[in-house]
Design a protein around this ligand. Structure first.
Ligand SMILES: [Zn+2]
Length: 153
C-alpha cells in the first residue's frame, strides 16, 4: 500500500519533471537553431523521452505487486535507474528516489509476509482457549492450561 503511494509519486514527479526538462531543452534547441546554431539538444530530448516512458512504466510495478512482490521491487528499481539517467540526473533524481523507496517498500513487505507465514507454521492452537502458542509448548501462556499432545495421552 505504502509502496504503491511512493510509486504513484514517482510516476507523477517523473512524468512532470522529465516533461519540463523536455520542454526547456526543446525551447533552448529551437532558439539555438533560429539563431543559426546547430541543434545540440537532440540526445537530451531522447533521454528525457526515456525518462517519461520509464516513469509511466513504473505503474506496471503497482500491478505486479499483487502477483509477485520480488519482481515488482525489481521493476521499481529498474524504473528508478532509467528515470534517473533518462531525466539527465537533474530531472530524474526526485522521481528515482520515490521509485527506489517503492522498491524497498515492496521488498520489505514481502519479507514481513514470509516471516508471518513461518511464525504461523511454528505455532499450534491451544485446545482449551484456541490461542496460538509456540509448537512444543507444555503450558498455555494465555489460559494457563497444561497442553498434552494427543499421542502422549
Ligand atoms: Zn490456552
Amino acid at each position: 500500500m505504502k509502496s504503491g503511494v511512493y510509486a504513484i509519486i514517482g510516476i507523477l514527479t517523473g512524468v512532470t519533471l522529465c516533461s519540463i526538462g523536455f520542454a526547456l531543452i526543446g525551447v533552448i534547441a529551437v532558439i539555438s537553431i533560429s539563431l543559426g546554431g546547430e541543434s545540440s539538444g537532440n540526445s537530451s530530448l531522447t533521454f528525457l523521452g526515456i525518462g517519461v516512458l520509464a516513469s509511466l512504466l513504473g505503474s506496471l510495478g503497482i500491478v505486479l505487486e499483487r502477483y509477485d512482490k520480488k519482481i515488482a521491487a525489481l521493476q521499481y528499481v529498474i524504473c528508478g535507474i532509467f528515470v534517473f539517467t533518462g531525466g539527465l540526473l537533474v530531472f530524474g533524481v526526485l522521481p528515482a528516489i520515490f521509485f527506489f523507496l517503492a522498491g524497498y517498500g515492496v521488498y520489505k513487505d514481502e519479507k514481513e509476509e514470509k516471516q508471518i507465514i513461518t511464525d504461523q507454521k511454528l505455532m499450534v492452537q491451544c485446545p482449551y482457549c484456541k490461542s496460538h502458542v509456540p509448537n512444543g509448548a507444555v503450558k498455555c501462556k494465555f489460559c494457563g492450561e497444561w497442553i498434552v499432545k494427543k499421542e502422549e495421552k
